[in-house]
Write a protein that binds this ligand. Structure first.
Ligand code: IMP
Ligand code: MG
Length: 179
């Protein structure tokens, strides 16, 4: 049997293997390379959860582009609070730019909706959403997710950048909470 991992009070079991993640990330990058080849996009990685995904994704990007970071928070433990707070704001001039938001997971969609509204005030040419994971069963706001690697059930997951109370981001595979 595959190895379980224990983080704080919960047990997690393997869900998506590293190799499978890398395969899908590569495919996403190929699509972005094609779709945005004349756009000089700015990848805006949402910290902290997307740091590993963003690092893997941009290293497969071959078109002219740049990467920058933003930090918002909205999550406590395994329950979304529905509140978002901007902790590190975007410093770059985004006017007229094609922005690709790089996010770890879209759950209720609250964080992403807040991000999109915030970015619109900076007058970009276009905003696209690229999320490693989506949980369509939890989506509470209308959102068009342009790119995603995996669509998953509502269960809580950890690893490959995603945390459970700040732990488990370093796991190479993605794990799902047991029972
Ligand atoms: P939303 O605002 O409900 O869409 O929540 C989005 C944020 O909650 C994500 O950017 C993650 O940081 C966090 N999140 C949502 N689901 C999970 C999960 O299953 N594991 C770890 N973090 C999660
Ligand atoms: Mg996040």
């Amino acid at each position: 049997m595959e190895k379980e991992v224990k983080i704080l009070d919960r047990t997690f079991v393997p869900f998506i293997k590293e190799e499978e993640i890398h395969k899908r990330v590569k495919q996403l990058a190929e699509k972005l390379n094609e779709d945005l080849k004349d756009s000089n996009p700015i990848f805006l990685a949402v910290l902290s959860g997307s740091f590993i995904f963003a690092a893997d994704l941009v290293r497969e990007i071959t078109i002219p582009s740049q990467i920058t970071f933003v930090k918002v928070s909205s999550y406590r433990g395994t329950q979304s609070t529905g509140e978002v707070r901007e902790e590190v704001s975007v410093s770059e001039n985004l006017e007229g730019r094609t922005i690709v938001i790089v996010e770890d997971i879209v759950d209720s969609g609250t964080t992403m909706k807040h991000m999109v509204e915030l970015l619109k005030t900076k007058h970009p040419k276009e905003i696209r959403i690229c999320s490693l994971l989506v949980k369509p069963g939890n989506l509470r706001v209308p959102l068009n997710i342009d790119y995603y690697a995996f669509s998953i059930p509502n269960d809580f997951i950890v690893g490959y950048g995603l945390d459970y109370d700040h732990q488990g981001r370093n796991l190479r595979d993605i794990y799902v909470v047991k029972d």
